[in-house]
Design a protein around this ligand. Structure first.
Ligand code: HEC
Length: 133
């Protein structure tokens, strides 16, 4: 199931990056409004309840300077936020990272998560399409 989802995500994002405009990315941006009470997404944006999320896709976990991460997330610093781990985390943060202080119930809809992750990929100086795994 996850594999099918990732293949779809890859397919979508290729189309997205080829054309530069995408309903998927637009949807992801709209969905990000459910995050902005705790996160900023702009480059150089300040940390809020949660860390700034510019360039999060493909970055090490808990890498943002000046933000005090929970021990649970801090321990994962040697890992990278892949599309797969972002998908798991956004589905249910507490289940994927027991002890995280991200008090967010999760996005239960796989299409919503795919759109969210596709949009997160655009938040970079060198946007690369989602790669899966
Ligand atoms: C109620 C506040 C809140 C909401 C809403 C929220 N987050 Fe978070 N988020 C946090 C906190 C706090 C952390 C730091 C968690 C920790 O240290 O355990 C975090 C961490 C993260 C991280 C890991 C950052 C890193 O540097 O490793 C990601 C990715 C993330 N959030 C994405 C999202 C997305 C996407 C949404 C919206 C769908 C969202 N969050 C909604 C509070 C929130």
């Amino acid at each position: 199931m996850l594999r099918i989802f990732l293949v779809c995500l890859f397919f979508y994002s290729n189309a997205v990056f080829a054309e530069g405009e995408s309903p998927t990315i637009d949807k992801g941006e709209k969905l990000s409004h459910s995050c902005t009470m705790c996160h900023t997404f702009d480059k150089g944006g300040h940390n809020h309840f949660g860390p700034n999320l510019w360039n999060i896709a493909g970055s090490p976990v808990a890498h943002v300077d000046g933000y005090h991460f929970s021990d649970a997330l801090g321990k994962m610093h040697d890992q990278t936020w892949t599309d797969g781990s972002l998908d798991h985390f956004l589905t249910n943060p507490q289940a994927f990272v027991p002890g995280t202080k991200m008090a967010f119930g999760g996005m239960k809809n796989a299409d919503d998560r795919a759109a969210m992750i596709a949009w997160l990929h655009t938040l970079s100086d060198n946007p690369a399409p989602p790669k899966g795994n």
